[in-house]
Write a protein that binds this ligand. Structure first.
Ligand SMILES: NC(=O)c1ccc[n+]([C@@H]2O[C@H](COP(=O)([O-])OP(=O)(O)OC[C@H]3O[C@@H](n4cnc5c(N)ncnc54)[C@H](O)[C@@H]3O)[C@@H](O)[C@H]2O)c1
Length: 315
């Protein structure tokens, strides 16, 4: 039954959605949005039956994120910033790390929007001393971090026969070594604070399939490395309560892809034609997944990389 208005409705999905659409437009909007998300059942259920869902502990499903300190590398913009906003919505404290000085403005925007403590730190993930200093600043300002999202990354479009050693090395240093150094810093912080933690590494579908038409061998190799690093650390750190997973997005709209689509006007259309979902991903498409992975709701989910690509890799 719908508990929200006097008419009531039978609690089959179709009936309740129709009922809400007619009688409770606001609830219908929320229910429909949730239904389309990853957490369909338990995020949708509270809307139609608050009493029983509260009894079953399904209200505020990700409230365990509140007041946790989350570090997001590459957080000045793009996917990192979007994932940071998702955690801020659930009232986590946010530390954005980035080489870009814009990181301060991004932190200020998140803080104003969600009224949570938020810090921007200029740091280079390839430099272990810079990473250690950044984590120390986070600890002093927000408290000991327990969540890390490794979103800092770059890519190049270069023919492998021409690529310089420096260019190859830079991609590996940022995408793979930088990810490792930040994982290590989070594990050290958690161990020092005698608590567990959660890491979400941002891999890519490019860890599994070869992108076309662009040539990105260093990117493919770096992201394949991130996937195996994720498994290795998940196994090594499970006994100390640090849960490590990855997400592997497909083509997403961000500066990273815009640098190619701006220079090659037909490229976006060519990519779109290869994506069964019919569109490139928006940064916000990652939000629900990353919140689930960071929450204790997924405490038995570790050592996995979850592809989120509009079914690109399914065909
Ligand atoms: N956009 C996509 O289609 C796509 C798809 C799959 C995976 N990814 C991955 O998602 C992550 C985020 O990418 P995005 O699309 O938001 O790109 P983006 O270029 O908008 O953001 C990347 C961020 O990383 C930061 N960064 C780069 N080098 C750094 C360093 N040494 N230290 C600290 N920060 C550094 C950049 O300044 C930037 O803010 C990357 O790891 C990328 O490989 C992106």
């Amino acid at each position: 039954m719908c508990m929200e208005c006097p008419q009531g409705a039978q609690a089959s999905h179709t009936n309740v959605m129709l009922h809400l659409k007619i009688n409770c437009p606001d609830d219908f909007r929320i229910a429909a949005k949730s239904w389309a998300g990853v957490h369909r059942v338990f995020m949708w259920t509270p809307v139609i039956n608050k009493t029983s869902s509260a009894q079953m502990g399904w209200t505020n499903v990700f409230e365990d994120l509140e007041d946790q300190v989350a570090v997001i590398t590459g957080g000045a913009r793009g996917l990192g910033l979007s994932m940071a906003r998702a955690l801020a919505k659930w009232r986590a404290k946010i530390a954005l790390l980035d080489v870009l000085a814009d990181v301060d403005d991004s932190a200020g925007t998140v803080q104003r929007e969600f009224e949570v403590e938020c810090l921007g730190v200029v740091a280079d993930v390839t430099d272990d001393r810079s990473v250690a200093a950044a984590f120390a600043e986070v600890g002093r300002t927000l408290g000991s971090p327990s969540i890390l999202i490794n979103a800092a990354g770059i890519t190049v479009w270069e023919d492998s026969i021409d690529v310089s050693k420096e260019s190859w090395q830079r991609v590996i240093d940022i995408n793979l070594t930088g990810t490792f150094l930040c994982c290590q810093a989070l594990a050290r912080a958690c161990t020092a604070a005698s608590k567990g933690g959660v890491i979400v590494n941002v891999s890519s579908m490019s860890a599994r399939v070869v992108n076309l038409p662009q040539h990105q061998a260093s990117y493919h190799a770096s992201k394949a490395g991130v996937e195996m690093l994720t498994k290795a650390l998940a196994v090594e750190w499970a006994p100390i309560g640090i849960r490590v997973n990855a997400i592997a997005p497909g083509y997403m709209l961000s500066e990273m892809t815009r640098q190619f689509t701006t220079a090659n006007p037909d490229l976006a259309e060519r990519w779109r034609n290869m994506i069964p979902a019919g569109r490139m991903g928006e940064p916000a498409d990652l939000e629900a997944l990353v919140v689930l992975l960071c929450s204790a709701r997924s405490s038995y989910l570790l050592g996995q990389s979850i592809v989120i690509d509009g079914a690109y890799t399914a065909v």
